[in-house]
Design a protein around this ligand. Structure first.
Ligand SMILES: [Zn+2]
Length: 71
């Protein structure tokens, strides 16, 4: 059974829950009892790309095409 990571929107606590895949989108409650935790995207492959902040471009940084005011 996969483990999903959640983050509470109220207190910011990160926690993990082991649950069935069909329940992956079900609401989760954080350890402090808040009801609105959001599921974080699973991080599978971290290889193949350097850290996005290394170049500032090419990894979805939003600065491509001169939109960031660098002229
Ligand atoms: Zn919380």
């Amino acid at each position: 059974m996969p483990i999903y990571e959640f983050r509470c929107q109220q207190c910011g606590t990160r926690f993990e829950e082991r649950r069935a895949m069909r329940d992956s989108d079900a609401p989760a409650s954080c350890p402090a009892g808040h009801a609105h935790a959001v599921r974080l995207l699973p991080v599978f492959a971290t290889t193949g790309h350097a850290a996005p902040d290394a170049s500032g471009c090419g990894a979805g940084g939003g600065c491509c095409g001169g939109a960031c005011g660098a002229a």
